[in-house]
Design a protein. Structure first.
Length: 146
């Protein structure tokens, strides 16, 4: 977690901003979860720790963390996960989302880049965003019935 926070501080410093207490708290909640969290999940968890925050504040923090590249949005769930690795945004990002327990695994999926480039090139299409979500069952749910 300390490495993630150092990366977050550095990312904000590079933009002339700082990692505020609320940004850090939201990032900690996301980084501590193995599943994607919605804004209201985060509000509830912060409330359990005695911190009451307005929804608009959490949405602003989430937008800020997205812009800095510290979290990702899981479109299919309208929820967010912490980005645990610095990666080149030009590379595809693959999210494996368990449809039973909600666990999300992230992969930079470098082996997909060549295929995506070939497919896009065949129709003269310039890729700008290569985030993919795949649903299925995580190892635990597949073997233990969830």
């Amino acid at each position: 977690m300390n490495r993630s926070l150092d990366r977050a501080r550095s990312a904000y410093r590079e933009r002339g901003a700082r990692l505020t207490d609320l940004r850090e708290s939201v990032l900690r909640e996301l980084a501590g979860s193995h599943r994607a969290l919605g804004a209201y999940d985060i509000i509830q968890q912060l409330g359990a720790h005695g911190r009451h925050v307005a929804p608009i504040s959490v949405y602003r923090v989430l937008e800020s963390l997205l812009q800095v590249g510290l979290i990702h949005r899981i479109e299919s769930q309208n929820a967010y996960v912490a980005c645990h690795a610095a990666h080149d945004s030009a590379r595809p990002i693959l999210f494996l989302v368990c449809e039973r327990c909600g666990t999300v695994a992230e992969s930079s999926a470098p082996e997909l880049q060549e295929t995506l480039d070939r497919v896009a090139g065949a129709v003269q299409f310039a890729l700008s965003d290569t985030v993919m979500e795949v649903t299925g069952l995580c190892e635990h749910c597949a073997h233990h019935g969830g």
